[in-house]
Design a protein around this ligand. Structure first.
Ligand code: SF4
Ligand code: SF4
Length: 452
């Protein structure tokens, strides 16, 4: 079996372990599935993220363990010669939202999100085609530029149930979902190439993802202003080939289009390399985009530069917390009396970034910060937009996140760094939430803005 991802990190798994049930086929991919030892910690529902699909269904068939077991059975030939196009794997993987809860919380670190990506790629290869909806979702970064010209269509579709229903039948996009709206102006076309500040400023690189560029440019702007206010010289990352904006490749990877994800990731590595070589930190805003550089890039076979890129890649909160720890952070936040309620993106939690969120918000005088204890919000990229997943997506949100958001007073500020999480909060609780960068920008007040 020829795998699409590089599974060599699992090459030595199970060596000398007579009890490691390594499947007959699949090589290191099979070994990655065999990491699951079946002790069913993923079928518990205490604190944490793992596993949102089990938490809402209470059905073992939608647990991480069952997914790993089904994959192992498939690689052992139990579902015929073409197991990836059969119903067993499709059903087992159907409700996996790729949250990475298992990668962090499973005692053995089963990375089901990545295992599922390979299974999906194998499925498309076996079928010889990729469904239109998945292709559209995957190509969002390339299509997003055109969204602003069709804002009227989004408004029409969200207000005409018949049109929404027709789209659901044609494309499989849930009629009860609002569509993401692009901003009338993207961030990158007017962003400075390198905004300078006087003196010996430290240089940093701001990585503006598709979502912060086209859908929420105010987030990228806020991050730029916060960094400039801290005295950093900000380089905004641009493609080395001067073509379309950079993209981490996440939407391609989530939809099993590994070759396209690899191409985007290679462009990203090329663009960042001159900065990474100089030791500059690369600061990202959208958790699932930035953290891909530290995680899935290793599985894309991009060569040795990946380790250095991964080491440089930081979320805004991680960078600021690190600077604060090193006593280098020069941001004068004004007193902001009030309450904020924070929802962490699953990938922020999987990579331990919530501590940094707590630390950075703690720098704002008198801000009372509360963290929501919740699993996945349920939107999970395109998952919640898919018609067949709408109900379960809302159930995931209703487990904890949405009731807590509804219970918050109207003047409580909501923070959610993930674009999907903000979408889910908007749809499910009719509340707007903000990125940390926007809250920090506000906490700087007008005076500091004028100095940048
Ligand atoms: S996925 Fe992890 S927690 Fe679940 S059964 Fe396997 S080893 Fe245990
Ligand atoms: S990635 Fe998330 S949804 Fe998928 S198996 Fe792991 S914990 Fe469950």
């Amino acid at each position: 079996m020829k795998t699409r991802l590089d599974w060599s990190a699992y090459d030595s798994y199970g060596q000398g372990d007579a009890y490691a049930h390594i499947p007959a086929e699949g090589g290191a991919y099979g070994k990655a599935a065999a990491v699951c030892i079946g002790n069913r910690q993923c079928q518990r529902e205490e604190k944490g993220v793992m596993c949102p699909s089990y938490r809402v269904t209470h059905d073992e068939a939608h647990s991480t363990q069952h997914r790993a077991a089904t994959l192992k059975a498939a690689l052992n030939g139990e579902y015929g010669v073409q197991p990836f196009i059969g119903p067993e794997l499709e059903a087992a993987m159907a409700l996996c939202v790729g949250c990475k809860g298992c990668k962090r919380e499973c005692p053995n670190g089963v990375d089901m999100a990545l295992l599922r990506t390979e299974a999906l790629a194998q499925r498309w290869a076996g079928l010889g085609k990729i469904p239109l909806r998945e292709r559209l979702m995957a190509h969002l970064p390339r299509l997003a530029h055109y969204f602003r010209f069709f804002g009227w269509f989004g408004v029409l579709r969200d207000n005409l149930p018949l049109l929404a229903k027709a789209m659901e039948r044609w494309l499989g996009i849930a009629a009860r979902r609002s569509l993401p709206r692009a901003s009338s102006r993207d961030f990158l076309s007017s962003a400075p190439v390198a905004a300078t500040v006087p003196g010996n400023a430290r240089e940093v690189v701001l990585l503006v993802d598709t979502f912060s560029n086209h859908f929420d440019p105010q987030i990228a702007q806020a991050a730029l202003e916060v960094l400039q206010a801290g005295g950093y010289m900000v380089h905004v990352a641009r493609p080395a080939d001067g073509e379309r904006p950079l993209c981490c490749g996440r939407t391609f990877l989530s939809n099993g289009m590994i070759e396209e994800a690899r191409k985007e990731a290679a462009r990203m590595v090329d663009a960042l390399w001159p900065f990474v070589e100089r030791g500059l930190p690369v600061i990202g805003l959208e958790p699932s985009c930035l953290l891909m550089l530290r995680d899935e890039y290793y599985a894309l076979g991009l060569g040795e530069r990946v380790a250095a890129v991964a080491k440089s890649a930081l979320l805004l909160e991680e960078f600021l917390a690190r600077e604060a720890d090193a006593k280098r952070l020069n941001l004068n936040f004004k007193v902001v009396p009030g309450q904020v309620l924070v929802h962490g993106h699953c990938h922020q939690k999987a990579f331990g970034a919530m501590k940094a969120m707590r630390k950075v918000l703690g720098l704002v005088p008198q801000l009372q910060v509360e963290f929501i204890e919740a699993s996945c919000c349920g939107m999970a990229g395109a998952f919640g937009l898919e018609a067949e997943h709408y109900e379960v997506s809302m159930q995931m949100g209703e487990l904890s996140l949405l009731p807590q958001v509804r219970a918050a007073s109207a003047d409580t500020l909501l923070i959610a760094n993930g674009t999907s999480c903000r979408h889910q909060i908007r749809d499910g609780a009719a509340r707007e939430s903000q990125h940390l960068a926007q809250v920090l920008r506000k906490a700087l007040g007008e005076q500091q803005k004028e100095t940048v």
